[in-house]
Design a protein around this ligand. Sequence first.
Ligand SMILES: Cc1cc2nc3c(=O)[nH]c(=O)nc-3n(C[C@H](O)[C@H](O)[C@H](O)COP(=O)(O)OP(=O)(O)OC[C@H]3O[C@@H](n4cnc5c(N)ncnc54)[C@H](O)[C@@H]3O)c2cc1C
Length: 451
Amino acid sequence: MSNYDIIIVGAGTAGSVLAAGLATQGIKAALFDRLEKEKIGIKVCGDATSIDHFERIRSIVKIDPPHGEEIQQKVEGAWIYSPDRKVKFELVEEGSTGVIIDRFKLGMRILDNAIDYGAELYDSSMVKDPIIKDDQVKGIKYRGKDNNLHEISAKVVVDASGVGAVLRKKLDKNKTHMDHELAPKDVCNCYREIRDVKEEIESPGFIRLMFDQDIAAGGYIWEFPRGSNSMNVGLGVMRMNKLNPHRQFDLFLKQQEKLYRDSKLIHGGAWRVPLRRPQDNLVWNGFMLIGDSGTQVKPTDGGGIGISVTAAAMATKTITSALEFDDVSMKGLWPYSVEFMTTIAPVTAPLAILKDYFITLPSATINEVFHKRVVEGEELLYGNAKGQIDSGLIKNLQRAYRGRRILGTLLGFRSAINKSNKARNLYYDYPKTPDAFPAWRNEILNTYGEL
Ligand SMILES: Cc1cc2nc3c(=O)[nH]c(=O)nc-3n(C[C@H](O)[C@H](O)[C@H](O)COP(=O)(O)OP(=O)(O)OC[C@H]3O[C@@H](n4cnc5c(N)ncnc54)[C@H](O)[C@@H]3O)c2cc1C
């Protein structure tokens, strides 16, 4: 007998949306978080997302999109700067539903919704290990509020514990085909502050992104206004560059002295974001990954809020039907993997190949790309949203002409685009059953250069 139908480890964006979705179906769900309830939802994050993501899942998980005070700022577009800040692409998104959210307020409301629908919260409870019997996850071991170790069982256990992926790392990777550690080129170490500023922020509807490889090596700097007098400002450096993100952040703040001189620090902190393709497999017997633990992010910008709530809605459907048909094996949970891999992954996963290429470029080359408009701003926006960059012949010739001083870079870029197109097609062909998975994975590892 199981204590619960489902145990969800992590009450962040992914875990609390899943808990709400399952609880509305009458499924007996336990939601674990190491933080006390009042602190769940405080996360170092850029807090940028889109209402669209939430609208699309509303009917499945019964969670209203961000509204009222949960929205700090509506986003009209983006300013993207060259590393030397001399070129600025202004990208305006017609009918944008982008927003900068108050993550804490939104997180708390979703968590409260989940509890109201019937999910049971175990806060201040540190999950330690999965319980595995006969090649199936049957429950978890955790240290509870009383500081004692406990065991608890469920038919399905979901790892929604974020980038730390506490359970994914403890399963036999030869059986699950899930990675234990992420490569240093696939993890971005970030530092972020929320600062109230005295000076009125110009055009707060525009988020600012700067690709300065000297300060934010392998990553970028962001400034996301939260109204006219507050900024969510931060940067990420790729782990392989071994830089301290806080120190790099201080360098940036000094450059922006005019805006931040008399500013007030509201919150500051460091955290990591995975920047890679999703885990090749998202389910095992009695087990599932959602959110950052499944590396379900956009590899070029680290956006994961929308993707993780979408994954939570997909997982809600699969778990509900797996419980109904009493099949929580890898095969029974497989439809979740298929849905995610054939709808979201074809957009996000190929971007990992482009990201791997971009992080090798020095600031001087990126300056050249911006100054000569080798890639247009609209292409960047479209490419990042759809995971596709046009590599047509005429465009290539134009680019080659405009950027002839960096021809080698352009050839590398074209090769990365071709490789990413190949990857996209593989995702559309994600195997419909687990037995076809090993052959598919070989092809993926080959395409991503990991064989
Ligand atoms: C600096 C930074 C900036 C970002 N900016 C953006 C952005 O602007 N837009 C965007 O869309 N995305 C952004 N992201 C990514 C986004 O935050 C995540 O992709 C998204 O929140 C995924 O949520 P999650 O639920 O998977 O993980 P999390 O939100 O990290 O939640 C994981 C939860 O698990 C709990 N937990 C962890 N370990 C244990 C354990 N052992 N036992 C019990 N509980 C545990 C944690 O306390 C936490 O509550 C950013 C990330 C970072 C780090």
